[in-house]
Design a protein around this ligand. Structure first.
Ligand SMILES: [Zn+2]
Length: 436
């Protein structure tokens, strides 16, 4: 067997371990598989306990001044609906140049490809930085113990740069480099007016919690601007370099409208839409529950109403400060809603001129032969700030992974093209060659 075939077989063996975190399956097995894989490549590693599933930690020190932390996760999503799979989701079958398995693209392909890229860089003495590896086993259930693990191991994890799990190859085969993430504040608002639903004739004398909730929601957002005091105060201005990255972002308004099956966007013009997508914070209602929503009619004055909201935040908005301001704002406006917080993530935006961003962009172009698509930060959220804030790491990126737009992550028949798996490996090595 040649080296590449051997590497593909190891990737397949890893995919055959059904490490579904939500079902607590295959976790120990996947963790010890990774520990052995690192150790066989001369990378010191250990399986570390957390309050949940273990973390696999690895380290390769070459005595350099700088250290790169590589984050991936070894857990995968459940497979259901299982009957929509054309093969056993853990058979790792190769068909027409693609390898099919749950977790092949999210995120085992990238994880393994990076290890092989590192191995080749070590063998060819191309490494310029020390490496640390952190493999989490709870990403697909929302990383409930990552924060505790990171803050409890600050010295061990100390690094100068971090790469997150990886985005996929974009449309037209252009690699995507993401220089940060939006933050998140997730809350629930609850309005309760009594202990029982009432006949709606009582609406004449009993308050309706839905109207109260709507009034509270309207006091938060007017459809264009968030009305929480200070909400926009800490937003970091876009630099000239970031501005030109935004101008180059490929976005076709008509095509995207079709893809999203939308009647209309909130704004018109591709340039405006790109700017809103990457640089504006949002206030989104995820859902509202109350009263009667069944067939026909029921005349009722409900006893309670609730809404879930998420705010996507941009650098340098602070989710905990905004949460505090939101609570104060509602009280001051006289809304008696109960408020509960369901999650806070800080935003991150890495300087496009940083050593990490420059090396990632240059090596992506070299490996894929195409100019990378750059995002100044993802419009979505990943727990990147756990590393940048808790460990004081100045630069973080989400690098290209092994997946592509046909990979169907989280869905049935998830797959990775074998060629892309090898290219992700080459990219990891090419990146390490130029990163210092
Ligand atoms: Zn993932």
């Amino acid at each position: 067997m040649n080296l590449r075939d051997e590497q593909l077989e190891i990737y397949r063996d890893f995919l055959k371990i059904p490490s579904i975190s939500a079902k607590k399956m295959g976790i120990e097995e996947a963790a010890s598989f990774l520990k052995d894989l690192l150790e066989d490549r001369g990378i010191g590693s250990q399986v570390m306990k957390t309050s949940g599933h273990p973390v696999v930690y690895g380290e390769h020190n070459i005595g350099a001044d700088r250290t790169l932390l590589i984050y991936n996760h070894y857990d995968v999503q459940p497979v259901d609906p299982e009957n929509e799979w054309e093969m056993d989701p853990f058979s790792a079958k190769v068909r027409d140049g693609r390898i099919y398995a749950r977790g092949s693209s999210d995120n085992k392909g990238t994880l393994i490809a990076r290890i092989f890229g590192v191995e080749e860089a070590i063998r060819n003495k191309e490494l310029n930085v020390n490496l640390k590896f952190l493999y989490e086993g709870e990403e697909e259930i929302g990383s409930p113990n990552l924060h505790e693990y990171v803050t409890g191991n600050k010295e061990l994890l100390k690094a100068d740069s971090v790469i997150m799990e990886g985005s996929q190859l974009g449309d037209g085969g252009r690699p995507v480099v993401t220089l940060g993430v939006k933050g998140l504040l997730y809350v629930e608002l609850k309005e309760e007016t009594g202990g029982t639903d009432l006949h709606s004739s009582n609406a004449a004398i009993a308050p309706n919690p839905v109207w109260n909730l709507i009034a509270a929601l309207n006091s938060i957002y007017d459809g264009k601007r968030v009305l929480i005091p200070g909400f926009y105060d800490d937003i970091r201005p876009i630099t000239g370099k970031e501005d030109s990255i935004l101008s180059e972002y490929p976005f076709n308004e008509d095509e995207m409208k079709k893809l999203f099956a939308l009647k209309a966007f909130r704004y018109s013009g591709s340039e405006k839409l790109v700017r809103e997508l990457f640089t504006s914070p949002t206030c989104n209602i995820d859902g509202i529950i109350s009263g009667y929503n069944g067939e026909g009619t029921k005349t009722v004055t409900p006893r309670r109403a609730s809404a879930k909201l998420d705010f996507r935040l941009v650098p340098d908005q602070d989710p905990s400060k905004i949460y505090g301001n939101l609570k104060r704002h509602l009280k001051e406006k006289g809304h008696n809603v109960e408020i509960k917080e369901f999650g806070l993530e800080f935003p991150v935006r890495t300087d496009p001129g940083s050593a990490l961003a420059k090396a990632m962009i240059a090596s992506a172009e070299q490996t894929y032969g195409k100019k990378p698509v750059i995002m100044i930060n993802s419009p979505g959220t990943q727990p990147m700030a756990i590393f940048t804030r808790e460990l004081g790491i100045g630069e973080g990126v989400s690098a290209i992974g092994a997946g592509d737009h046909n990979s169907r992550a989280h869905a049935p028949n998830e797959s990775v093209s074998v060629e892309n798996f090898y290219r992700a490996m080459d990219h990891a090595r090419n990146f390490l060659k130029v990163f210092r």
